[in-house]
Design a protein around this ligand. Structure first.
Ligand SMILES: Cc1ncc(COP(=O)(O)O)c(C=O)c1O
Length: 182
């Protein structure tokens, strides 16, 4: 142990074990906000690369392991983990919709999502049309030139309506919409 380090520094930076080639069989929880690099150039490169690790909120190996496992299980090109369901829904809708865009939504809907759509409509001028979610022909009927997204729930909360997702999303794809399912 280097004796020239202050006790505060030793408390944080000393005692990290060299695993000597051993690897944990389960993914460790990386409880660090920042990642260090040997030189500033490597850090700068890591900050700008989605595949690297520099700051926890942008990327974290534990979260990456979850996302990659979900992608493998779902046969998905990529996954993004968020800290809550509403965090995911907020992220998706804010990414896909802008002022003046239109979204078609199943009316049997989780209350938090309903409140978010009400806000998007009132504050940002996103137009929302609610459909029953019983007949896929409703998609074509609700369509506008500004429609961007078709939003459904797999098993609606709280009414437990089971919507025919393949039929609805096929109708959405035909109309060039991005399908979102909660
Ligand atoms: C269908 C549905 N979507 C979204 C949410 C929100 O999830 P969270 O509480 O993780 O934000 C819930 C929560 O019950 C839900 O039932």
């Amino acid at each position: 142990m280097p004796t020239q380090l202050h006790p505060e520094t030793q408390a944080i930076h000393v005692g990290i074990p060299d695993l000597g080639g051993a690897r944990p069989l389960n993914t460790p929880l990386y409880q660090t906000a920042n990642f260090g690099y040997d030189n500033p150039e490597d850090l700068a490169e890591a900050i700008n690369s989605p595949a690297s690790f520099a700051y926890l909120r942008n990327s974290n190996p534990t979260v990456r392991a979850l996302e990659d496992a979900v992608s493998a299980l779902e046969g998905a090109a990529a996954s993004l983990a968020t800290s809550s369901g509403m965090g995911a829904i907020h992220t998706v809708l804010h990414t896909l919709l802008g002022s003046g865009d239109h979204i078609i939504v199943q009316k049997h809907l989780y209350g938090g999502t309903f409140a978010l759509l009400r806000d998007l409509s009132a504050r940002y001028g996103v137009d929302v049309t609610y459909i029953d979610g019983r007949d896929a022909a409703e998609v074509a009927e609700a369509l506008r030139p500004t429609t961007k997204v078709l939003y459904l729930e797999t098993l609606s909360n709280p009414t437990a309506q089971v919507t025919d997702l393949p039929a609805f999303f096929a109708a959405g794809r035909t109309a060039g919409l991005t399908g979102v399912v909660d």
